[in-house]
Ligand binder design. Structure first.
Ligand code: WT7
Length: 640
């Protein structure tokens, strides 16, 4: 057992203390004892959080896939690395051993090389949750190409924006993807997207659903043809510690999504460290994270964290409600899952189902439960604890972000005392602080404020692809010298943190981080719309839902029902179906400050059903708009 993986609470305290007093020795010793490097580093950390300019392990060289695959072949070659559970219960699960993983990743890497992909090239991956997606990600890392995985639920417009932002040369996709009873036509979405992209030379198409697709000559190749005959040996590219490993897009509070850049060494070290500490993975455990690899959770805690730790990681293609709402629990029993990691939105919707369905499955293999993505409400926490964990499994409420690369604040399973709805304590190496709106730190232990992090950690994003100024403005300017998370938090007397939610214009719907500005942009495309304001409001199942307030041009004549469905279509096609507003309210004016800024704070309250206490609205440009909106809101039924 590594001395860097906490074995009890006292040990956690010791590690924490050590990591704060001397971060460089702490991370340097962990990194040198736990990973395979080609060259050692010159210095562990060089960081200037004002610029910000951050580099970890600079001078070192490595390849993350040697750490995730090759080094396990001696003693774990036959152990299952990826346990694939298909969408359909008729289809056999696949137990992919570390040895098979090596073969498949190398062949895929050689396929990419044969298409001319070079170190540093960006490869867009738009694929369903099948083993080839994992091979593709790791194959990019093998040859030093930068992967940019785009969640396969995004629209062609969102896909095109992401391909263009990173100037990807190659797109890896599939004919289609299974989702319950539905098939998503991925290749035709790619075709649509590529009408707006010029950087892409090749599209590789995996056959999964046998959907009818059109292959464009000179551009499109079938995966099975391109991989046929490729060698199963592919030397790993020697990467500098700070070379880019991947770009992953996350919604911003203004328009364009941000391509967060993570680099090879620091990300690997942090994903591994957090995976082992938080979940307390033991050899032989079966671990299942239900996220999609299109999100950071899938990158860090389906692939890189577990594989670098030599774990068995489950990859599930389907959805929680197919063929029935007890699918998760059936899979837990079938594969004897020990560690289960999911999102509050899934827990809330599964909690609505008949409990006898849950009880049909034997869940006694479970040891640890995890949650991530948004604050978990008490009812959901209690249900998870009682009905899934049978009050025997610690719940790790893991707070982190795409930007942080790995878990930042969380109980360590079986070590930290859990408190319902609290993410509890920071991981070793993480120094959270709370800031007032006026820029001062909340110094008392018990308090509330904006959550910031004051010291560099290995997994932190290094920049926004192509826009370092925006990176600085978004994260390092509000509170100079500190990383600003965008979240609010409370801290209790013992130093436990409870995340209260976003303080900016990002709304988390069913665990998906949606930028309100992007949705507004889509709505504003409608010819009758003058202006719109999109806010989130609390929703029983989704955590939050989207409400759009829209003003129409004076000469617009619209049929309300048609208009609403046109707006929904616009949002679905430009942003993606998950961003569709639950409610749309037409109004004659939006409340604005005198400088013309829409007062979303008030709209948020109205959407949440409040009818008073909007603060002083007399200073607004148009105070009358508030009453008008309230009247209409009162008449409207809550659904569209
Ligand atoms: C935002 C980041 C990190 C993986 C999934 C989401 C919210 C995340 C928690 C939690 C309360 C949470 C925050 C954060 N969030 N985990 N355990 N408790 N809130 O990644 O899409 O980058 O979203 O998700 O608001 O800022 P993301």
């Amino acid at each position: 057992m590594s001395s860097y993986i906490a074995s009890d609470f006292h040990h956690y305290r010791q590690l924490y203390k050590q990591s704060i007093e001397d971060p460089e020795t702490f991370w340097g010793d962990f990194a040198s004892s736990e990973f395979t490097w080609h060259k050692p580093w010159d210095s562990v950390l060089d960081a200037d959080l004002d610029k910000p300019d951050i580099s970890w392990f600079s001078g070192a060289t490595l390849n993350i896939t040697e750490n995730c695959i090759d080094r396990h072949l001696n003693d774990k070659g036959d152990q299952t690395a990826i346990l694939f559970e298909p969408n359909s219960i008729e289809e056999q699960a696949q137990h992919i051993s570390y040895r098979q993983l090596a073969t498949e990743v190398n062949k895929t890497a050689n396929m990419l090389l044969s298409l001319g992909v070079k170190k540093g090239d960006r490869v867009c991956i738009y694929m369903p949750m099948v083993p080839e997606l994992a091979y593709a990600v790791l194959a990019c890392a093998r040859i030093g190409a930068v992967h940019s995985v785009v969640f396969a639920g995004f629209s062609s417009k969102s896909l095109a924006d992401r391909i263009n932002d990173a100037s990807c040369n190659v797109v890896l996709t599939a004919d289609g993807g299974f989702r319950g009873t539905k098939v998503t036509q991925l290749k035709s979405i790619v075709d649509d997207a590529l009408t707006q992209c010029t950087s892409v030379n090749n599209v590789v198409v995996l056959q999964r659903t046998n959907s009818k697709v059109t292959m464009q000559e000179d551009r499109d190749v079938w995966w099975h043809e391109a991989i046929d005959g490729q060698s199963d040996v592919c030397p790993a590219e020697e990467m500098d510690a700070e070379d880019m490993l991947f770009i992953l897009y996350t919604s911003g509070s203004t328009g364009k999504p941000k391509g967060m850049v993570h680099t090879c060494a620091g990300y690997m070290v942090y994903a591994n460290f957090t995976f082992r500490n938080v979940f307390q993975y033991k050899p032989g455990d079966v671990y299942w994270c239900t996220a999609d690899i299109g999100w950071i959770t899938g990158h860090s805690y389906i692939l890189y964290g577990p594989l670098s730790a030599g774990a068995t990681t489950v990859m599930f293609e389907g959805i929680p409600s197919y063929p029935d709402t007890n699918r998760f629990w059936q899979v837990v029993e079938k594969h004897q899952v020990n560690i289960f990691y999911t999102a509050p939105t899934a827990i809330r919707s599964l909690a609505l189902c008949d409990i006898s369905l849950v009880n049909q499955s034997d869940l006694s293999s479970l040891k640890t439960l995890g949650t991530v993505g948004e604050p978990i409400n008490l009812e959901a926490w209690d249900w998870y604890n009682l009905h899934i964990g049978k009050e025997q499994c610690p719940i790790v409420d893991t707070w982190w972000q795409t930007e942080t690369g790995g878990i930042m604040i969380s109980p360590l399973s079986g070590i930290t005392k859990t408190i319902p709805t609290f993410a509890t304590l920071p991981l070793p190496g993480i120094q959270p602080c709370l800031m007032n709106e006026d820029g001062n730190e909340v110094l008392e232990m018990e308090g509330e404020g904006r959550l910031c992090i004051r010291h560099a950690w290995p997994g932190m994003a290094r920049t926004i692809y192509g826009d370092h100024q925006r990176f600085k403005d978004t994260y390092y300017t509000t509170f100079p010298g500190k990383y600003f998370t965008g979240d609010g938090a409370k801290r209790d007397k013992e130093g436990n943190y409870r995340i209260t939610g976003r303080v900016d214009d990002v709304v988390i719907v069913s665990g998906h981080n949606l930028g309100t500005a992007e949705i507004e942009n889509a709505i504003n495309q409608h010819q009758s719309v003058v202006e719109s304001a999109v806010v989130g409001y609390p929703h029983d199942i989704k955590g939050n839902a989207i409400c759009a307030f829209v003003t129409l041009s004076p000469d617009a004549v619209v049929d309300q029902d048609d208009f609403r469905s046109e707006l929904l279509d616009l949002v679905a096609s430009m942003v993606g179906p998950i961003s569709k507003p639950e409610r749309i309210q037409i109004c004659t004016g939006l409340p604005k400050t005198r400088s013309g800024k829409i007062m979303r704070r008030i709209l948020r309250k109205i959407a949440a059903g409040e009818t008073a206490n909007f603060g002083d609205i007399s200073t607004l440009l148009n105070p009358e708009s508030v009453n008008e909106i309230l009247q209409v809101a009162g008449q409207q039924s809550p659904t569209r």
